[in-house]
Write a protein that binds this ligand. Structure first.
Ligand code: GDP
Ligand code: IMO
Ligand code: MG
Length: 428
């Protein structure tokens, strides 16, 4: 058995795409198990930049099987656009498999996502408006439409007709929005059905067989731990389980099939969308990180909120994911800072706490307690080994390792594949 789950340790955009692509060079299978095309995973190869949303980040390796698992919410339009773009760039896309159990995103999900956000006013979540939440709502409410339904014309037409009638009532009566045209949706989706049919399979069997045959399997988390519907900063979260446990359900494997859990953490913290952020830097320091790290969303282009590394949060993430190691990303962005800070605790009502509070009210009253380390000015983007890094950069990495009680096995010093320092094997 040789399996590695890769999860975001913060609020998403930690660089999961880069690491999945890097490790996919030796992987046989890459599996997505949750989320949808709200994800934006960037892979840089030479001068080319690929923005992957729904298609797993192992796609640049023609031999690797790329699975969209049952826990994913699948937007056929988004998928086909992405596929077309990749094919136009010469990427071989034959090895994609889509779970017959994945739920399908429809136009009404996207419309309701947008209208519900508007109705929330200043309490808006800041969703990607891709229809993710409304699609998962239907799944849990047991009225969702799955890929296997889309594959059976009569079944599909019956289900989608009932859904559109219901959703039009919600759109018109609750949100004062515009009705959707049933015939147009049915026609469009029947066309999509034929285009995606060759990729559809029972992916739970493929994943199981590959693991049993000792193949190397990577599980590609989307979003990040603090966006988890149960364990994140609820309600400012996504509607799925981006944590390691999400893969047992989202790809149909037993928990004993997960060997390694690699947490992907930025050397600082970012967040898109609303919600509390204890170490946020709402000043020129935050601007400096945003500019140096080019912190603008891959999916929506929104500027990301930036702040120092929050150890309280990442420690929490390490615990609930059962992380076995860490990849510390975007370290190069911290070059040129006099001092670099790590938040080691929170001050709440004159008490010092080292845990991550469930209550957003309490969390927003937490003040960060920082440990300050000396920075470095040397360019680190060409370093080929840990030893070549400036002493203060090494100290920063080692301090994070010490505080987290986890090995930092990968250090990333730029977006390219070659800008990756691997200190220890990831696959066992
Ligand atoms: P994901 O959603 O976790 O896959 O992350 P995103 O792709 O949304 O955001 C990470 C961004 O950082 C992308 O633009 C990457 O190309 C870029 N990136 C990844 N690793 C590094 C790194 O070590 N240094 C720098 N400067 N950029 C990086
Ligand atoms: P990757 O995989 C960062 C955020 C949105 C919003 C909240 C809910 O690229 O790391 P949703 O559309 O999911 O209902 O939005 O979650 N969000 C992400 N933030 N990275 C992502 O994905 C995200 N996917 C969703 O900004 O705050
Ligand atoms: Mg992203």
């Amino acid at each position: 058995m040789s399996t590695v789950v890769i999860v975001g340790a913060q609020w998403g955009d930690e660089g999961k795409g880069k690491i999945i692509d890097y490790l996919a060079a030796e992987a046989d299978v890459v599996v997505r198990g949750q989320g949808g095309n709200n994800a934006g995973h960037t892979v840089v190869v030479g001068d080319k930049k690929y923005a992957l949303h729904l298609i797993p980040s192992g796609i640049l390796y023609p031999e690797t099987i790329n699975i969209i698992g049952n826990g994913v919410v699948f937007d056929p339009e988004g998928f086909l656009n992405e596929l077309e773009k990749l094919e136009a760039e010469g990427v071989i896309t034959e090895n994609i498999k889509i779970s017959d159990r994945a739920h399908v995103i429809f136009p009404y999900h996207k419309v309701i996502d947008t209208l519900a956000e508007k109705a929330r006013g200043d309490k808006m979540i800041g969703t990607t408006k891709k229809g993710i939440g409304p699609c998962y709502m239907d799944k849990v409410e047991r009225s969702g439409i799955r890929i296997c339904d889309l594959m059976e014309k009569e079944v599909f037409i019956e289900k989608v007709t009932a859904q559109i009638e219901r959703k039009n009532k919600i759109i018109e009566k609750l949100y004062d929005g515009e009705r959707l045209n049933k015939d147009e949706i049915v026609k469009k989706y029947l066309e999509y059905a034929e285009k995606i049919r060759p990729y559809v399979d029972d992916t739970t069997v493929i994943v199981y067989d590959e693991i049993k045959n000792n193949k190397k399997v990577l599980f590609e988390g989307a979003q990040g731990t603090l966006l988890d519907i149960d364990l994140g900063t609820y309600p400012y979260v996504t509607s799925s389980h981006p944590i390691s446990g999400g893969f047992t359900i989202g790809s149909g494997i037993g928990p004993n099939m997960i060997e390694e859990v690699l947490g992907i953490a930025k050397a600082y913290t970012t967040r898109v969308g609303k919600g509390p952020f204890v170490t946020e830097l709402d000043d020129e320091m935050g601007d400096k990180i945003r500019t140096a790290g080019n912190e603008f969303g891959t999916t929506t282009g929104r500027p990301r909120r930036c702040g120092w590394f929050d150890l309280v949060m990442v420690k929490y993430a390490a615990r609930i994911n059962g992380m076995t190691c860490i990849a510390l990303m975007l370290l190069d962005v911290l070059t040129g800072f006099d001092k670099i800070k790590i938040c080691t605790g929170y001050k709440l009502d004159d008490k010092i706490i080292d845990y991550f509070h469930a209550s957003l009210n309490q969390l927003s009253n937490c003040e960060p307690i920082y440990e300050e380390l000396d920075g470095w000015n040397e360019d680190i983007t060409e370093a080929k080994s840990f030893e070549e890094l400036p002493e203060n950069a090494k100290r920063y990495i080692c301090r994070i390792e010490e505080l987290l009680e986890l090995p930092v096995k990968i250090v990333s010093i730029g977006p390219k594949r070659s800008q990756t320092i691997v200190r220890d094997n990831i696959f066992r």
